[in-house]
Structure formats: C-alpha cells, structure tokens
Write a protein that binds this ligand. Structure first.
Ligand code: KPL
Length: 322
C-alpha cells in the first residue's frame, strides 16, 4: 500500500514527515518542481512544539512533472489531498486523475480541506475513485518549503462521505484499517468515523468564526478573543452559524462555543490559514467557508447576515485585479 500526500503546505509536510518516519511508504507530491527537488536533496525538517528538529528523508515528486507516466506504482493507493480548496482547479484535478489511474487495484482520495463543497467536486471529477472526507485538528506551520513545525497535537477523523445521495466510498474495510494503523503508527490520533458530516460541520463552524475574523482584524488565533468587542462578534457569528449548521444536520451540542475558544488557545501563536492568504495576497477559502454557510442558509430558507457580511468583506482580498 502506498500513501501519496498531495500538497506541500503545512499539513502536507507534516503528514509526509511523520508517515516517512514511520516507514509507511509515503511520497509527497508538490505543486512546484523547486519544492520537490529541494526536499529530495535536503530532506524535510520536522520541528516539534519544543523546537527540536528532526531531519526526515522523504520521497518527493513534482505533481505536474513528466515522471508520473514512467513510474511504477503500488497496487493499492491512498491519496491524502492536503491542498487548500482554492487550489482545486482543473489542472490539479487532471493531475489527481492521472495519479489515481496508476494504481492497479484502484486509489482512494482522502480530503483534508477546510469548508464544504470540495467533496462533491472531487467525486464528480474523479469518476469512480472513492472520495473520503477527513478533518484534522492538528496544528502545523510551514516555516519554509522543507520545514514544518507541529504546533498543536490534535485528532484526525476520516471516513466515508455519502451525504445527499453521493457516491459511497467503496474501499474495503481492511484497506481502511491498514491506513488507520499507518496513521496511528506515525503518531496521529487517527479515528475512523461513520458520521463525517457531523465532523465536517463542526470544523466548518470553527473555521467560519476564527478564519474571517482573524483575517479582518489581522490577529493570531490566540489574540482574537482577547478583546471584548471581537469576542462579542465571535459569539454572534458563532450563534448564527451554529443554528444554520444544526438545521442542516449537525448534532446539537452545548460545547461548540467552548470548542472554538479551545482551538484559539491550542493554536494561539498560529496565523489562521485565511489571514496567511490575506497577508500574502492569495485567494482565500471564504467562499468554501462563510460563503458556503450562507448558501446552506438560503437552501433552508434562513437568514445569514453575518456570514454574508464576512464573505463580502473578505472576498475582495483574494480577487486578482483592483
Ligand atoms: O483550520 C484552521 C485554519 O487556520 O484554517 C484553524 C483551526 C483556524 C487553525 O488555525
């Protein structure tokens, strides 16, 4: 069984380093040739919370390079898709298709993106390739193209995604358990879930509050609640989003607000992915997060003024021209 991690951002580097250390047959596929070349030549640097560095040798390939057609692949392949939603365009989809077509007994894709909407897009584009949903609460920070800091230990939930009549992932239970065991051996708190919709909505709720507000106020996750006005805005955005997601099928639970504060404190030094995108002038995931919450609200006949406002305020940051 081969594990192919696609994406050389913080989460991709973290999975590649830890799976390689556990000798789990990991290959890291990057979107630039320079990054894969550097990783092959110099190795990955994995830095733990205490600042201790570990050099890790990882096989790395360039996703759009020409080597794929000549490469021998395993019979069974898991693809861990660790790019942002904004990177899931036609070029990435055709590279993913080419990669998954190489596995003799078929590949399965595990999607680690924030937000919603991507699973349907991937299932459509990849034809019969089973698509699994995943949610990670591990914190990671990419220091440079070969260095990743594991900033917070979290959990990794993954499982079949068959909401709304979608295609069911068909990989055998044995293959799922083999992947689970590799992930656990690599030190991840990995859990197979039969209710990924709930997990995805719970993570969406966290991202819908922390990501746009940290981006708007240009603060770290830890700084966000350290101000009364911002805290009130967080609460209001949380309340609106919570009610919409419960109406859409998320389980009601009293501790959802505490979960947001918990993420802020566990990842206190982190710059959220949305703030990082805004600072770098890159497209943001606002449409897949707050935009998606607004669309859900609309389908349910509900109002979503705060999610609408977040989307309207953040979207222009990611637009290509002035
Ligand atoms: O997922 C995240 C992100 O930045 O996208 C959180 C949970 C907010 C951690 O930074």
């Amino acid at each position: 069984m081969g594990i192919h991690i696609v994406g050389g951002g913080a989460i991709g580097l973290l999975f590649a380093a830890k799976l390689a250390l556990a000798e789990a047959g990991a290959t890291l596929w990057t979107r630039t040739e320079a990054q894969s070349r550097r990783i092959c030549e110099e190795g990955l640097l994995l830095v733990n919370k205490q600042g201790e560095e570990q050099l890790v040798r990882v096989a790395s390939e360039w996703l759009n390079g020409s080597r794929l057609s000549a490469m021998e692949m395993e019979d069974e392949m898991w693809i861990l898709l660790a790019v942002k939603q904004t990177a899931i365009g036609s070029e990435l989809l055709s590279s993913l298709k080419a990669l998954s077509d190489k596995a003799r007994n078929g590949a399965s894709v595990i999607c680690l993106q924030n937000g919603i909407g991507h699973l349907e897009k991937l299932a459509d584009a990849l034809g019969g390739t089973p698509v699994y949903a995943a949610v990670t609460t591990d914190g990671a920070k990419r220091e440079d193209s070969r260095t990743v800091k594991h900033t917070g230990i979290g959990e990794l939930w993954f499982g079949e995604w068959d909401a709304n009549g979608q295609k069911k992932a068909e990989k055998s239970e044995i293959a799922q358990k083999m992947l689970l065991s590799s992930l656990q051996k690599a030190g991840f708190h990995a859990i197979l879930s039969k209710n990924m919709k709930n997990r995805i909505y719970q993570k969406l709720l966290i991202n819908a509050v922390i990501n746009p507000l940290t981006a708007l106020f240009d603060v770290t996750n830890g700084e966000l609640p350290q101000h009364d006005g911002r805290l009130r805005l967080m609460r209001a955005l949380h309340k609106e989003t919570y009610e919409i997601l419960v109406a859409a099928g998320m389980e009601r639970s009293e501790d959802r607000w505490d979960a947001v504060l918990d993420v802020c404190s566990r990842t206190s030094a982190n710059v959220s992915s949305m703030l990082a995108d805004v600072r770098a002038g890159r497209p943001t995931e606002i449409e897949a997060i707050n935009g998606a919450v607004s669309r859900l609200a609309k389908q349910l006949g509900r109002e979503s003024p705060l999610n609408d406002a977040m989307t309207a305020l953040i979207a222009p940051y990611g637009e290509a021209t002035l």
